[in-house]
Design a binder for this molecule. Structure first.
Ligand SMILES: Cc1ncc(COP(=O)(O)O)c(C=O)c1O
Length: 397
């Protein structure tokens, strides 16, 4: 077996698919220290620049002094602290303009939240259930569906017409549609108004994974539901709290009976130690910041950065393709693995850190630089990135 592992790792290296972790010696921020060198980074999901915000650091410390560092047990044994409970109430209240009788449930990660929601919904009626999954959904959704063992139909990217056909042809009583809100590797936004309409017409659940929309989309950061001004009893919402909210974990928000059912049934919720309460305590501060005037200003600045990057990169050479995204995820598709690795390395030589994304995270042949912007970037920093990319694309770097 060891020989086989060696052989397979060698093949990964030959194919340009071997993955390495770079060690950061500094907090998540626009400038990161890698191997003793300051690098300008465009690859975190810290969209509002909260991961290293002093007020959140203080809130986290306060949480540690109030609750200690660990929860000590799973939520249903003894690990559910006042901090977790307060956060869930705050999140439910925050999302209540868009979800009827909203209740929220906090998880250690978004990955776990997806495992929990899909398996628990399938469990409502295991033998009479079908899942409908968007073609470019996140890996955690794909894994959740596999774990649920429900039959699954995949519908083409953003194609609500095809989705409706599949739903109408289905004989299952318990239908569950699941889609990313903002697509994590493409940056585009799911056509939520159409998806909701189709789900209401066919009596299907709609699970929306808004990992990259929560805090970013919508006038006050309530994510994709606010962006489209939607309120529907068919929606089960998942937002992550380690991206725009700057800390860690995730939450589900839905009608209270749905949340109650997930607490009763979801093994990914029941059989794991609760996140440190200090995370939940700090997240109360994150929500305050997201919804504040300052949060509005951060979203406005982010929007300016996105427009500036898109305008400046609209004429990039080298056959590179900047995907049509209006979110902080701005993927520059380059094509082959060697080319994208070369571009990422050339940027690194210029002091710019943008990660190369390859298969199986994205389809083979569409390897890309996944540029992500944060409200903590300046316009000048975005220009530095643009100049670096232009140099490399024209072969001058
Ligand atoms: C669309 C999507 N869903 C879920 C997740 C998982 O969230 P987390 O990183 O909190 O596990 C991610 C993140 O990386 C994501 O991009």
């Amino acid at each position: 077996m060891l020989n086989e592992i060696h052989r397979k790792i060698h093949t990964l290296k030959e194919q340009g698919l071997y993955r390495v972790r770079k060690v950061a010696d500094s907090p998540c921020a626009p400038t990161v220290i890698l191997s003793g060198r300051a690098m300008l980074a465009f690859n975190s999901n810290d969209y509002l620049g909260l991961a290293n915000d002093q007020r959140l650091i203080e809130a986290f410390k306060e949480g540690v002094s109030l609750y200690g560092v660990g929860s000590g047990a799973s939520h249903l044994i003894s690990g559910h602290s006042r901090a977790h409970d307060l956060l869930e109430d705050r999140l439910a209240e925050f999302m209540s303009p868009h979800i009827k009788s909203a209740k929220a449930l906090y998880f250690c990660t978004g990955y776990m939240a997806n495992l929990a929601v899909i398996t628990a919904l399938v469990d409502v009626n295991k033998d009479d259930c079908e899942v409908f999954s968007e073609a470019v959904n996140h890996a955690s959704i794909i894994d959740a569906i596999r774990l649920s063992r429900a039959p699954c139909s995949v519908y083409p990217h953003c194609d609500h017409v095809k989705l409706k056909e599949l739903l109408l042809a289905s004989k299952a009583t318990n239908k569950i549609v699941v889609s990313d809100g903002v697509f994590s590797m493409d940056g585009d936004i799911a056509p939520l108004l159409d998806l909701v309409k189709v789900c209401e017409e066919t009596n299907a659940w709609l699970v929306i994974d808004d990992a990259h929309g929560f805090g970013v989309l919508g006038a006050s950061g309530r994510g994709i539901l606010e962006h489209f001004n939607i309120k529907s009893s068919h929606i089960i919402y998942m937002g992550t709290l380690g991206k725009a909210a700057g800390v860690g974990g995730a939450f589900l928000c839905a009608e209270q009976n749905v949340i109650d059912w997930i607490v009763q049934k979801a093994r990914a919720y029941i059989y794991t130690t609760a996140a440190p309460p200090a995370c939940a305590h700090a997240l109360l501060k994150s929500i305050d910041l997201i919804v504040s005037d300052e949060g509005d200003a951060k979203r406005a600045h982010l929007h300016t950065l996105i427009q500036s990057l898109r305008t400046e990169l609209s004429v990039i050479q080298g056959g590179w393709n900047l995907l049509a995204s209006q979110t902080p995820i701005q993927p520059l598709v380059i094509g082959s693995n060697p080319e994208v690795l070369q571009a990422s390395k050339a940027l690194e030589d210029l002091g710019l850190w943008v990660t190369a994304i390859r298969a199986p995270t994205v389809p083979a042949g569409s390897a890309r630089l996944r540029i992500t912007l944060s409200a903590s970037h300046t316009i000048d920093e975005v220009s530095q990135l643009v100049n670096g990319l232009k140099k490399i694309a024209s072969g001058k770097a």
